[in-house]
Design a protein. Sequence first.
Lengths: 474, 474
Amino acid sequence: MAIVETSLREIDEAAEKAYTAFLTYRQASPSQKVKFLNLIAELLERERARLISIANRETFLPPERLDGEYTRTINQLRFFSDLVKEGTWVRAIINKGDPTRKPLPKPDLRQIQYPLGPVAVFGASNFPFAYSVCGGDTAAALAAGCPVVYKANPGHPETSVEVTKIVVEAARQAGLPDGTFSMVQGASHETGARLVTHPRIKAVGFTGSLKGGRAIFDACATREEPIPVYAEMGSTNPVFILPEILEQKGEEIARLLATSNTASAGQFCTNPGIMVANEKSSAKFYDEFAKVIRDTPSAPMLTNSIFNSFEKSMHEVMEKKKVQVAAVASDEKSNNARAHMFVSSAENFLGDDDLWEEMFGPSSIQVTAKNSDEMMRIAEALPGQLTATVWGTENDLKSNIPLIRLLELKAGRLIINGVPTGVEVAPAMNHGGPYPATTDSKFTSVGTQSIYRFTRPVCYQNFPEYLLPDELKG
Amino acid sequence: MAIVETSLREIDEAAEKAYTAFLTYRQASPSQKVKFLNLIAELLERERARLISIANRETFLPPERLDGEYTRTINQLRFFSDLVKEGTWVRAIINKGDPTRKPLPKPDLRQIQYPLGPVAVFGASNFPFAYSVCGGDTAAALAAGCPVVYKANPGHPETSVEVTKIVVEAARQAGLPDGTFSMVQGASHETGARLVTHPRIKAVGFTGSLKGGRAIFDACATREEPIPVYAEMGSTNPVFILPEILEQKGEEIARLLATSNTASAGQFCTNPGIMVANEKSSAKFYDEFAKVIRDTPSAPMLTNSIFNSFEKSMHEVMEKKKVQVAAVASDEKSNNARAHMFVSSAENFLGDDDLWEEMFGPSSIQVTAKNSDEMMRIAEALPGQLTATVWGTENDLKSNIPLIRLLELKAGRLIINGVPTGVEVAPAMNHGGPYPATTDSKFTSVGTQSIYRFTRPVCYQNFPEYLLPDELKG
């Protein structure tokens, strides 16, 4: 499907309409929002087979993978619907006044989280449902009371158009104003730039590359009124494998990590791209990892441009004399990504910061560390991450507490003896982390807490009951 | 006292030391942080008379005013100490795992708020204690587990040096590492710029002018790793006075608002600078307001540069043909600010956006509105504010709900029948608001919630009990 380019005037209109809708939608009752979110979920459910087939054609993601993602998308909508229904997410704080206090009366103060205003959402190429039209960002913004102007990802235009129809229809059925949700399209940088710099837009949710996220961040920081940008830009998700567990379970860990590394052609934000193993006892781990890589079927990537970037970074790493190619998938098909495994010593890895950057796709750099000290130096050198993982026996872990404490400074989520892929949608989840993993480490883009990206506190002082929001009465 | 210029190398050293201190201080137990905060409070209490005398000499703020502020400063430290002791501020979220869940086991996820890292704090000229060395920003950062590098306000250098000695001594007595708190000085823009662009600094708290706050925001947004800037830059704090209450209590309201407007030579962030009254029945209100203004003693301002800005803006407004001077304080003393009251029609006010800007000092623009519609247009035109106030009888308020709902979009705190000055330190307080009142409307700089400016979530997945932070065990 060709991408329709939304004109600049239409983008402005979408932003203005979203503001007009906001004047009503910000005051929508919890039950109206619940109805809207559940309607989207219901209408989505009816179109499951048709939409998965469209997305499969556009993204090459396999139907089973898309089916799981589709379910997750529906669950996320219901998750936010339940959050709104339950109600305490508004963080109501009531400090009753005391007119008799000396020397000054104590005012009655009541605080609530209030929607920020219209939100621009940029969909992800790798999640055509769960982080696109009505994915996590949109669900969180709508739950908060913010209309959404959605910028379609050029990687799956027809999917975007078809899901948009569903959301617009759900808004209509829920009796919500025109502009509560709308979609703009355009392959050029200008479309997104126009949208995020429109004065009516008050926040941005984005999932994509560092380059794209940073460009939007910069555009928003230089607005007359700067606005928050929540850009989730991925990371290398380092994994540290300590000596005793490597000795005991090297092959099993290799299979788990290699599977995590190559799933969906390595196109997950939390894909483990850098693994640091203790040199001693690493042979079986590397052998097994290489075996899985060689046996991994090659697969088409989401878009041509993503595939070209992957190929380019593979060539660049191969040309480096200090990095060895340990394995390449044997399955060769034109325009399909083949899994790669590279190996480097800690010293060479530390000497070349190109190697610290994400290579989006099914590849990894295996770094051999002589000892705990080299592991610490690698952890110290790496930039901000979504996740960091440590594998260890109880002995390993207890001897490497400084490493774990150092990783707290580097990542938004720390995992012991697991794989970073598979982001659970739960209140305690944090899908975020220090720059360049995201532009705002204070917020998650998955889970309940992600709603607070789109709210701000408002305090009501000495308000009579009849003027207070319902949540602050009494 | 002459300002010692901290060299650029010393600024870098302070930032590095703060980072080294952070590696220890981030893991300080609640009781260590409680001890530190309480020690600062105790040592401050002992030096009350001496420090107030120094601040009075440097800022011209009267001793009674400084005494109240001094008490508030001590109370803020104890307030954060109590918050840390109580412990739930860390927002622990525990989602226990379920290894039997199908198709995939549910991971154990536990989230906590974690300190961001070293924080740069810029002190306010108008609060030499409560928003300076160990004021609200510093207390919140230290409570969160972040070391502070304090940039002294050039308006009260000796006060800053003396209070710094107290904080450094308290850190020593509490057994905390060197660098947990340090101070840098310098009148030039370069001092602050060097500090906030140092890679070890992870957040900034600032109270001051729009120009200064925006410059810091811009410097931090263009860092390789952008960091959050919480700049509280003041506002005009509009007050809307509805017809029936104006008729019934015009004179009383005039006295309250004029006192609020001229207190401390008008040098409060929440000073009401724009008042909009219904034209009908406004005569008594204006007469009484003018009387208070004429009788207001003139007073020295905090610094020469603040006084010069105030004089300049008074001259600029006086030259405007469409604004009338309604009253000027009769007390004339060289280099002292005289209170001013201007009057403008709604139409003229709406036609001149110069008038919408803050004029820091004892002055106000009284806007006469013909009807509710003109009030709405003024509310719509005004930029973001810390506060917005409405005076009205029950009849007035019930007939002007759209105005109140519109003001929710414009301000961080809404007040009914009160004055905006006097910011209560309480959990429900919000001292913040949409730009240009602040650079980040999502956070307050007063009250419990202000601690979250200096934290980010960290999620621990499948951690064994012995590796979890205490708050996440069990």
